[in-house]
Design a protein around this ligand. Structure first.
Ligand code: G4F
Length: 324
């Protein structure tokens, strides 16, 4: 079988990292786009292309060079609280950016005759003020942030390109998914990093916003497998990817700090500036469709996930403490 070529936008992020490992293990030729601010900028790599979702101009050239069979659109301004401070930028990048990729694929297919499959990283944040629980593919959206509004735009553009042009374009509606490679500004990694640094004496306090918020947290390594499976279906469709189990930020805190025998009462402080103008109080996904049609299921439990993240952050903290 000839090698398949994949292009991952935002390949340097957590999901890009796990997805590229998965695709390489399946024999794919993997290419990725990175934004100009990404780490390692300036280093030559024939499989990496500088590109930003706010820019539609060089996608045709990137497609020409990479000849992708599959495009995974993982790039975004993905921080919910930041989107309240940068609403226009978020709309342009996370929302219209998705449309730029879809339209570039449509035009490339028309001129080259090559068929490209498209995956859109849609988000459980689109459910926002949830209409019922657990949320599945039929649950109406009620976005609660500029980020979530932008993701709703990207979701419907993906559906529209599928329905209007017969493109293979699918949405993975992924609930929160974490790993030791999660960005440090997201609450899970902020907690595990702080616990580890407090343990070795590099940090004294941890400031958090709303610790009563509840999320359905899974392991990113499991979730990229669902992305790939969606792209191998006979027909493009949209799928919720979730564990079906919900926990509070407080639960996450207690397991993380408990794993290192730390007393969180003494170190955790509430910081009002970390609350959001509108909060998504609780999310819980129903991934029955993914289980039935994709044969997908999560493998890593919540407790295993927290411990995995703390253990890696402890190694980093110990190394940092030793090099002081
Ligand atoms: O970790 P978070 O920032 O993730 P959030 O907002 O749920 O969004 C993440 O998951 C989405 C999938 O559902 C993605 F689409 C999105 O791109 C992103 O990856 O916050 C989780 C919860 C929130 O309720 C927040 O208010 O934790 C609460 N929280 C409390 N203190 C905090 C903090 N969040 C952050 N980032 N930092 C805090 O100090």
């Amino acid at each position: 079988m000839p090698t398949k070529s994949a292009l991952i936008t935002g390949i340097c992020g957590q999901d890009g990292r796990y997805l590229s490992e998965l695709l390489l293990s399946k024999g794919y030729e993997v290419h990725g786009t990175i934004a100009s601010r990404a780490p390692g900028v300036g280093e030559a790599d024939e499989n990496l292309f500088y590109w930003d979702l706010s820019d539609g101009t060089n996608l045709q050239q990137i497609f020409k060079e990479t000849q992708p069979d599959e495009v995974y659109n993982l790039a975004a301004q993905s921080h919910v609280r930041l989107s309240f401070e940068l609403p226009i930028h978020t709309a342009n990048v996370t929302g219209v950016g998705t449309l730029r990729v879809l339209e570039a694929i449509r035009q490339f297919q028309e001129t080259s005759g090559k068929q490209i499959r498209f995956y859109q990283a849609s988000s459980s944040e689109m459910f926002g003020q949830v209409k019922h629980s657990p949320q599945n593919e039929d649950t109406p959206f009620h976005p609660r942030s500029p980020y979530a509004c932008a993701k709703v735009f990207g979701f419907w553009q993906t559906v529209n390109y599928r329905e209007s042009y017969g493109m293979f374009a699918c949405n993975g509606i992924l609930f929160n998914h974490e790993s030791p490679f999660r960005g440090e500004a997201f609450v899970t990694r902020k907690i595990t990093r702080a616990a580890a640094r407090i343990k070795v004496g590099l940090q004294q306090k941890l400031k958090l916003g709303n610790t009563q918020a509840r999320r359905d947290w899974g392991f990113a390594g499991d979730y990229v497998d669902a992305m790939w499976k969606m792209m191998q279906q006979d027909e493009a469709d949209d799928f919720v990817v979730a564990t079906g189990v919900t926990h509070s930020v407080q639960d996450f805190l207690e397991i993380a700090f408990g794993h290192l025998d730390l007393d969180l009462e003494e170190v955790v402080e509430t910081d009002q500036s970390l609350f959001r103008p509108a909060e998504v109080d609780t999310l819980c996904g129903d991934a029955s469709k993914a289980r039935e049609k994709l044969g997908w299921e999560p493998k890593v439990s919540f407790e295993e996930l927290v411990r995995m993240m703390v253990d890696r952050d402890l190694k980093i903290a110990e190394r940092d403490a030793a090099s002081r």
